[in-house]
Design a protein around this ligand. Sequence first.
Ligand SMILES: C[S@@+](CC[C@H](N)C(=O)[O-])C[C@H]1O[C@@H](n2cnc3c(N)ncnc32)[C@H](O)[C@@H]1O
Length: 275
Amino acid sequence: MSLIYRLKIFLLRVIGYEKPLRVAILKYFTIKFRQFRPHYETIMLESAIEAKKLNYDEITFIELGVAGGNGIVALEKYKTKIQKIYNIKIKIFGFDYGEGLPNSENTFDLKYAISEGDYKIDKNKLSEKVGTKIFFGDAKDSLDEFVRCNPKNIMGIFFDMDFYTSTKNFLDQLPKFEKFLTPRVYCYFDDVFHDNLCVDEHSGERLAIKEFNKKNTKTKIGYSLDHINNFRFPLGKNLIYIMHNFEHKDYNKYIGIDNSESLGLDDNKTRAKIF
Ligand SMILES: C[S@@+](CC[C@H](N)C(=O)[O-])C[C@H]1O[C@@H](n2cnc3c(N)ncnc32)[C@H](O)[C@@H]1O
């Protein structure tokens, strides 16, 4: 491609970009610095805040698909900070094949964009860098070992296994891990959008979510409307779903901010929270 043509495409893209450019700059930082993940940090932070309201003293996060470990390194960094601020214990677990992606015969696994052998892990390097327990092998087969660790109050799941089948097979195991879930679990789905992958509701993670919701009545994975009042998840809000566990004993426990004085003439409390 000639330089002039590249420049033309670049300008078209910059001028036609619908979001303020500062968003693109923040996104650029996450590409340049792979362990800078404002969305991971805010999911952990919001979870800790909700956990305190629910009187939980320990919460658990899972990353499904670890690859080189940048996500886990970021999570460990945020964990250290948030544990201290909120006086809460945070545990993290990771799942990964370990040997790179295997071959898949499933048409819905986005095979046109992801190939066999991608994301092999240097396990020695990773274990030098992180203390997180990582279950190697197919995530669906590691679940029994995981639940034996008694993971208290799973409050966030970072789904990043790319394949429809991997996501579906994990979600299908809900009966094994549902008793460890909190009333509402933040579910970050890394692959519900991808600029190169043409992902939509007919394949990949979104198909797995759709089938999960069709199959389950007590537990649903939902997507909140994007809204101007939502300041909480920089760069992540379109990728964050909530897993509702409607029959959880604490599902209806009040975690709101209102009381009998709320919305009175003297009430100055801000409801759309920036901090
Ligand atoms: C895109 S990478 C994950 C990137 C990582 N989360 C990060 O933020 O750097 C996807 C990973 O998912 C893993 N994976 C896919 N399906 C899996 C399965 N069924 N069980 C375990 N790991 C799986 C692959 O081995 C691969 O390392």
